[in-house]
Write a protein that binds this ligand. Structure first.
Ligand code: UDP
Ligand code: MG
Length: 240
């Protein structure tokens, strides 16, 4: 998929905003894949599989928010709790900061890993961006994304999975009332994000109604293709 490389390069050079500066991470070294889909679509489950397949660092925006909510002394605890329970989107500054800090930490921690040599990084950003403002801001300021892995299935399937998970997850939003609100937020705010990247030809849609194995097989093929097509480090310059 060399078109993706062009897109990243263009995105970097075509920024028309007034005081724009380079993103925090260099996209010729750091690969960012957004993992999207409704609540219960299978984002977290499939991301975990990709960590062992390809050496990604998996960052779940929801997990980072829950950790921040529970961190002693956090000024955002109650704000995050309210949004999660109501199924609404936490203001992007909070989430983007948490993601950026986690990326920086992972790049340092994994520097000795051969897959991560020379500042290279491979990130799956799960459950983010959920809203257009977050998408534009992250792509511009943090790191342009290469691909959206979009897990699509029906609300019926998602509801069943979430209620099953709710028996043991301890999550305050795995109950019918919160789930309905999460579906609404997903349809109204996250679908436009997916459509935005579809228009850029940057979405790999996977039907996630099947078993974990079936969905993983599809995902594995998609990611293998992407990584094979995306050169790293000096390779990008050598090709130009
Ligand atoms: N959330 C948010 N911004 C994000 C990601 C998550 O505000 O970028 C909040 C939102 O309230 C969401 C909740 O965290 O409903 C749970 O998100 P998570 O991704 O954990 O849920 P999942 O989709 O995996 O069920
Ligand atoms: Mg999740």
């Amino acid at each position: 998929m060399p078109a993706i490389i062009d897109k990243i390069t263009n995105a970097l050079h075509s920024s028309d905003s007034t005081a724009s500066s380079a993103p925090a991470f260099d996209p010729s070294k750091v690969t960012v894949i957004y993992v999207l889909g409704g609540p219960g679509a299978g984002k977290g489950t499939q991301s975990a599989r990709l960590v062992s397949d390809f050496g990604f660092c998996h960052l779940s925006a929801g997990d980072l928010l829950r950790a921040e909510q529970n961190r002693e002394g956090s000024e955002y605890g109650s704000l995050i709790r309210t949004h999660i329970k109501e199924g609404t989107v936490v203001p992007m500054e909070v989430t983007i900061k948490l993601l950026q800090n986690a990326m920086k930490a992972a790049l340092q921690d994994k520097a000795a890993d051969p897959l991560w040599a020379n500042g290279r990084g491979l990130f799956l950003i799960d459950g983010f961006p959920r809203k257009m403002d977050q998408a534009l801001k992250f792509d511009e300021d943090v790191c342009p994304s290469s691909l959206v892995l979009f897990y699509a299935t029906t609300e019926e399937v998602m509801l069943g999975r979430l209620l099953e998970r709710g028996k043991t997850s301890g999550r305050e939003d795995d109950n019918v009332e919160s789930i309905k609100k999460r579906f609404r937020t997903y349809n109204e705010q996250t679908m436009p994000v997916i459509n935005h990247y579809k228009a850029l030809n940057q979405v790999a849609e996977i039907d996630s109604s099947g078993t974990v194995e079936e969905v993983h097989d599809q995902t594995y093929k998609t990611i293998s293709k992407l990584l094979a097509a995306k050169p790293h480090d000096g390779a990008a310059e050598a090709q130009a």
